[in-house]
Design a protein around this ligand. Structure first.
Ligand code: 5AD
Ligand code: SF4
Length: 444
């Protein structure tokens, strides 16, 4: 019998990318194979993001399109099961069945280990099934099915968040902060490396708040965990994402300064450069504290590069506050930046603040801010020309005969080379720089 077809689409953050990988592993294990298109698929899973309003609305429009394919399949005598996973599932729950009655399964980020069971239930009984429990045996159930992620792999070590920034839905959709324990993480890392990973990115909504139990019951921080994982032979590169400025700690600074496997790049979201807005966002740090973190990391690793997340037009943001954000970006000099217009999320304190910024002002500021970040990114990319950088190649390029990878600083680098170099770390001399990627040639 031919294998059933699974189409998985991922929205949002790297945590979702990891969750999609694990859901795919689970479904492969019960007889599905992956498909590039939802046309004709037996199971369609949308792993969704609820962080901004637009992200959630996109899911509903995609569901509409998928339903057409479902009807087509039905008219040909087949069946397509549609599942909504991730944070929209968690936040909207039964509401999804009301808005999109053709959805069969809704499952949250803490309960997706039950996906094969839920799909089985729909096949047997039809009708809607939903599981939004916060189950604590998730990772135990997932442990058995790890498949290769290639040369660069994700490993989720921490989930949820207790910070309650006033703009953010994460504490509601992903729940309280939870860290996996050290031996479990170590075993998963060993498996990933055995399956070909040279780089592992440790993931968490608040990854540097990690506090997992070690073998002897002692609680370890992220810095200690990284030093432990760093001993795995064959593992060449370690990254972690996403961090909160308040959770930086000595062991982590030391790992950056002393461990060559820890990459000289960090995404450290600051959200705003204005102390007034930072306080109203409940970030619990100032701009000066942020500068001190950057300085300390650069003292340990002078070539350290940074990216950040920024929210433009948070309630009460004045021209002056916005100028502070521009100024912060100028002072730090980012190599990448993710900036978003503030999007009021129902149920979060920010949504009820009465000094919302008008849309046209948000648009103007966002444009100015993105121009600045683009300039910084281009300047950095151009400064790489003629330098030799080590690049981990992990996939084919868009053009035939090209392969693509990332340098230490997370920039995308492409070279002309045979596919069999995918999976290798190679010294590359950079010969060209575009706004979003670098081109180069192999040294020697
Ligand atoms: N509006 C706009 N951006 C948001 N983010 C989180 N919540 C909101 C919101 N309500 C951004 C933050 C966060 C990133 C993942 O998404 O910058 O770091
Ligand atoms: Fe959201 Fe703030 Fe927690 Fe990050 S730290 S997930 S922005 S509440």
């Amino acid at each position: 019998m031919s294998r059933k077809k699974l189409y998985m689409k991922t929205y949002g953050c790297q945590m979702n990318v990891y969750d999609s990988i694990r859901m795919t592993d689970l479904m492969h294990n019960v007889g599905y194979e992956s498909s590039e298109s939802y046309e004709g698929a037996d199971l369609v899973v949308l792993n969704t993001c609820h962080i901004r309003e637009k992200a959630a609305e996109k899911v509903y429009s995609e569901l509409g399109r998928i339903n057409k394919a479902k009807n087509k399949k039905k008219s040909e005598g087949g069946n397509m099961i549609i599942a909504v996973a991730g944070c929209v599932g968690q936040a909207e729950g039964e509401e999804i069945f009301r808005r999109a009655p053709y959805v069969d399964v809704v499952v949250g980020p803490q309960s997706y280990q039950s996906l094969p069971d839920l799909v089985g239930k729909v096949q047997r009984d039809s009708g809607h099934v939903i599981n939004l429990e916060f189950e604590d045996d998730k990772f135990d159930k997932l442990a058995a099915d790890i498949e290769s992620q290639g040369a660069s792999a994700f490993l989720s070590i921490q989930e949820g968040c207790d910070k309650f920034c006033t703009f953010c839905v994460v504490p509601y959709t992903r729940g309280a902060e939870y860290s996996r324990n050290v031996p479990e993480i170590y075993r998963e890392a060993i498996k990933l490396v055995a399956l070909g990973a040279k780089e592992i990115t440790l993931l968490g909504q608040n990854v540097n708040a990690f506090h997992g139990k070690s073998e002897d019951g002692e609680v370890w921080n992220l810095g200690k965990l990284i030093s432990h994982l760093s001993k795995i032979s064959g593992l060449e590169r370690i990254r972690y994402s996403t961090s909160h400025p308040r959770d930086m700690h000595d062991d982590l600074y030391n790992a950056h300064a002393n461990d060559p496997k820890v990459m000289a790049f960090l995404n450290l979201p600051v959200q705003s450069g204005s102390n007034r807005i930072l306080s109203s966002m409940n970030r619990k740090h100032t701009r000066d504290e942020y500068f001190r973190i950057i300085d300390r990391l650069r003292e340990g690793r002078p070539d350290m590069q940074f990216s950040s997340d920024f929210i433009i037009g948070f309630p009460g943001e004045t021209d002056r506050d916005f100028e502070d954000t521009m100024d912060l970006a100028r002072r730090v000099g980012f190599t990448q930046g993710y900036s978003f217009k503030y999007s009021p999320r129902p149920g979060t304190p920010g949504a009820d603040m009465d000094n919302q910024v008008p849309e046209h002002i948000k648009n103007e500021r966002l444009q100015a801010f993105q121009n600045l970040i683009n300039e910084q990114q281009i300047a950095f990319n151009e400064s790489c020309i003629d330098k030799t950088m080590s690049v981990l190649f992990d996939k084919k390029g868009k053009r035939n005969g090209q392969i693509v990878g990332r340098n230490e600083y997370m920039q995308s680098v492409h070279i002309e080379a045979p596919d069999d170099l995918i999976g290798s770390i190679i010294d590359v001399r950079i010969t060209s720089a575009g706004p979003n990627s670098l081109g180069g040639e192999i040294v020697n």
